[in-house]
Design a protein around this ligand. Structure first.
Ligand SMILES: Cc1ncc(COP(=O)(O)O)c(C=O)c1O
Length: 359
């Protein structure tokens, strides 16, 4: 029985050729002459229609660096707990305090009503997550913020998603993407900060330095360091592959949407991800009471599923007594289903029928 994977990047001969070409070029690290990182930034900027883009070596690095620009030390940052830990770690790296709020039961994205309850003079930043690719209500969130409160979108799941007719990446001052192999745009590792702030040129320069150990004013072998930086540069293999993946992203996302539509229409459950055309469906979620049993059953039938996520505020490091009922309900019942474009129609039919039989 062939296994149905939860995530599976879509590759063809173009990716294979690109890897070999990059390998043979001898330019593996960026900055050394390959130029693909710069090329990718240019193409991604055009794709999302933002003012500037800086690529890095992971979504975590993107969030970390974006947060260094927001002066959050000793201040509060509002975020959903239903996310990957990097969303919260980015705040901790910068000496801020995460304030977890609950999510909307329909979309599982951060709930603007809950943000309103928690926003205060101590709030410096809000990090909405576009959960599973479903766009969070950035418009309402923006209305809640003021000149002292910045928004960093965590768009790790939302490559190709849209909000109000515009690609995610073009709305807020700082938008962070991940190109981890499981993501809609897959690379070995990778991330990117899309910048829409009026001072985007200055921000790009600062981020360029921060992603490479603070190095500035390079003149051949001579350079200076004026601020702390990290080794967060994207490598040439990731940039080369990301360039190819970007070309097919919209087409692949259309396939993801068709799969999600079938799940939405055919799975006989009330609690499941809504269907929306502006969502890029990084994954599709359902909620069931006896999750472990269903996951086991699907596994026996060669179907891999996942749990996204066990809430961050329940992790030992972040543990607090805060009650987030909708997040906690999802944390106990959520199952994520394969949505990648390598699925065949019969794979999808099998997944749906096994779930419906179990219910
Ligand atoms: C919501 C979210 N934010 C951030 C990240 C971090 O991205 P990366 O794995 O590229 O560091 C992920 C990765 O899974 C994620 O799902």
């Amino acid at each position: 029985m062939k296994q149905i994977k939860l995530f599976d990047p879509v590759i063809d001969q173009r990716e294979v050729k690109k890897v070999v070409k990059t390998l043979k070029s001898g330019f593996w690290a960026s900055g050394s002459g390959g130029g693909q990182v710069h090329e990718f930034e240019k193409k991604f900027k055009k794709f999302v229609n933002s003012k500037s883009c800086v690529s890095v070596n992971s979504g975590t690095a993107a969030l970390h660096l974006a947060a260094t620009l927001c002066d959050i030390k000793g201040k509060e940052v509002i975020l959903p707990s239903l996310s990957f830990v990097s969303t919260a770690h980015a705040i901790m790296y910068n000496g801020g305090t995460p304030v977890f709020v609950d999510v909307d039961p329909h979309t599982l994205c951060i709930d603007p009503v809950e943000i309103k309850k928690k926003i205060s003079k101590r709030t410096r930043c809000i990090i909405p997550v576009h959960f599973g690719g479903m766009p969070a209500d950035i418009k309402r969130i923006k209305k809640l913020s003021n000149s002292n409160v910045m928004i960093i979108e965590d768009a790790a799941h939302a490559c190709g998603s849209e909000f109000n007719g515009k690609k995610i990446g073009s709305h807020s001052d700082l938008v962070c993407f991940s190109f981890h192999p499981v993501k809609n745009l897959a690379a070995p590792t990778g991330g990117l900060i899309s910048i829409n702030h009026l001072g985007h040129k200055k921000i790009k320069k600062i981020l360029n330095e921060k992603r490479w150990c603070g190095i500035t004013n390079r003149d051949e072998h001579y350079y200076d360091v004026k601020q702390l930086g990290w080794n967060y540069y994207m490598n040439e293999f990731s940039a080369g592959l990301a360039l190819i993946q970007l070309k097919k992203l919209d087409k692949l996302n259309q396939i993801r949407k068709k799969i999600a539509k079938r799940y939405h229409d055919e799975i006989k459950l009330e609690e499941k991800m809504p269907y929306q055309k502006d969502c890029s469906y990084h994954f599709y979620w359902i909620m069931v009471k006896n999750r472990d049993k269903l996951m086991q059953k699907l596994k026996q039938n060669g179907i891999e599923t996942g749990i996204h996520y066990r809430p961050i505020h329940k992790m030992s490091m972040y543990k607090n007594k805060k009650k987030l009922p909708i997040t906690e309900n999802a944390g106990k019942k959520i199952i994520t289903l394969p949505t990648h474009p390598n699925l065949t129609n019969s794979n999808i039919t099998k997944i749906i029928s096994k779930i419906n039989k179990f219910l």
